[in-house]
Design a protein around this ligand. Structure first.
Ligand SMILES: [Zn+2]
Length: 420
């Protein structure tokens, strides 16, 4: 049996790419798709235990190859029995390739930049052209990327083979091919060059994932699924080319059969207005029967758009990062719980929410925790925000199954305002 199996239960829409509901079977359990993948960067979803995570309805956790390689080291995680054994999260897991962090964090090392949200692609762009930057363009070469550790500034080199080896040690059910994530502001010529490099690295990742030095099939490739990552920036031509190349990328096994990617990631930092069109171009080409993961997306309206255009999986630090800073997600939009108006507000964060936090605590209490800088504040807010996002995607799934997707989308987004 292959590392994963993917079954589409229902498809809706006028023409491809269709919105779909499916079941993705991994060695550590099933994921009902579309699904929101919770980010546990360093093998922990910050501030909550795996039991709390499970209680939110979360099905799958994504950890970060770059961070776990630097700390505690992939061998430590391997010797603990992989991510599941190490973290005590026993459901399905994923790891990213580490490419994005190697580029963005490595490029910014020593520049006193600590926040990486929407501006990170711009930071990368500047750093690449900044002669004083520790990561000069020459340090991205045909074989990989040299970067500095965010922890101690030590120098490291990632290649496709290295990324896959680390991800084999981490042992997640779904892993990603090594890629270069470009800024949408990069010129076309650079996007094309980076995309070709990503394709070469994808092939190397696939080879290393499957074959050992003697040309025998690695056991890890039967346990872990490998997703290729589509890049190409905001160019229709490049995005379509990337989807086409990765869709057809296969290697020949000793028995004469061929093996390609088990699924696909859609990468890149999108300018807001580009996301839907880029996803539509790509999913119109990618094979229907393989899962598609849109990397780094988690805002409500983006989730609806991405599902409508045929994506199955999403991950984003937004719900957890917002939770830690006291920004709570509700069906009316985001609320800042530290706001003075909540000091005496003894209602729940969101009426009707079934999460642990809303079942047991008031806005006033959570507001107090944040003002008093108590640890529990971030924990309770994180639980609610994960529950909110996970449930939203579950409800989107239900609406596909019930043929009410477009009605649900319209109703939800008419109430939901992005800013408070
Ligand atoms: Zn709640």
């Amino acid at each position: 049996m292959s590392a994963i199996e993917f079954k589409i239960v229902k498809k809706i829409g006028e023409e491809a790419p269709f919105a779909r509901a499916g079941i993705l079977t991994t060695k550590h359990g099933d994921i009902e798709t579309p699904a929101f993948v919770v980010v546990g960067t360093k093998a922990t979803v910050k501030g909550i235990t795996p039991e709390m995570l499970k209680d939110t309805g979360a099905q799958v956790m994504l950890s970060n190859t770059y961070h776990l390689y630097l700390q505690p080291g992939n061998e430590v995680v391997r010797d603990a029995g992989g991510l599941q054994g190490f973290s005590n999260w026993h459901g399905p897991t994923m790891t990213d390739s580490g490419g994005f962090q190697a580029f963005s964090l490595g490029a910014a090392f020593g520049k006193n930049i600590t926040k990486f949200t929407k501006g990170e692609s711009e930071i990368l762009l500047q750093s690449r052209r900044d002669e004083s930057s520790p990561l000069k363009p020459a340090q991205i070469d045909a074989n990989g990327v040299m970067f500095r550790s965010v922890i101690d500034g030590s120098v490291h080199y990632f290649t496709p083979e290295k990324s896959i080896q680390i991800q084999h040690d981490l042992g997640a059910d779904i892993i990603f091919a090594f890629d270069e994530c470009t800024s949408p502001q990069e010129p076309y010529a650079y996007q094309a060059e980076a995309m070709d490099r990503t394709h070469r690295w994808a092939k190397q990742s696939l080879m290393y994932h499957v074959f050992d030095e003697q040309g025998k099939i690695k056991e890890a490739s039967e346990r872990q699924a490998l997703f290729g990552i589509v890049q190409g920036g905001r160019s229709e031509k490049l995005r379509k080319e990337s989807a086409e190349v990765l869709k057809n990328m296969t290697i020949t096994l000793p028995d004469g059969s061929t093996k390609g990617f088990d699924g696909f990631g859609i990468g890149g930092s999108f300018a807001k207005e580009d996301m839907t069109t880029a996803v539509e171009w790509v999913n119109g080409i990618l094979p229907e029967d393989k899962p598609r993961h849109l990397l780094g997306i988690g805002e409500a309206e983006d989730l609806f758009e991405a599902v409508e255009k045929g994506c199955d999986l999403f991950d984003c630090v937004m719900p957890t990062r917002n939770g830690r800073t006291g920004t709570l997600l509700t069906k009316y939009g985001k609320m800042n719980i530290s706001n003075a108006k909540y000091v005496n507000d003894f209602t729940k964060i969101e009426d009707g929410c079934e999460c642990y936090t809303c079942k047991n605590y008031s806005r006033a209490y959570i507001s107090h925790l944040f003002r008093a800088k108590e640890m529990l504040g971030g924990t309770l807010a994180t639980i609610h925000n994960i529950y909110f996002t996970v449930q939203l995607v579950k409800n989107i799934r239900e609406s596909i199954l019930n043929d009410t997707f477009f009605k649900f989308k319209k109703e939800f987004l008419s109430l939901y305002h992005k800013e408070e």
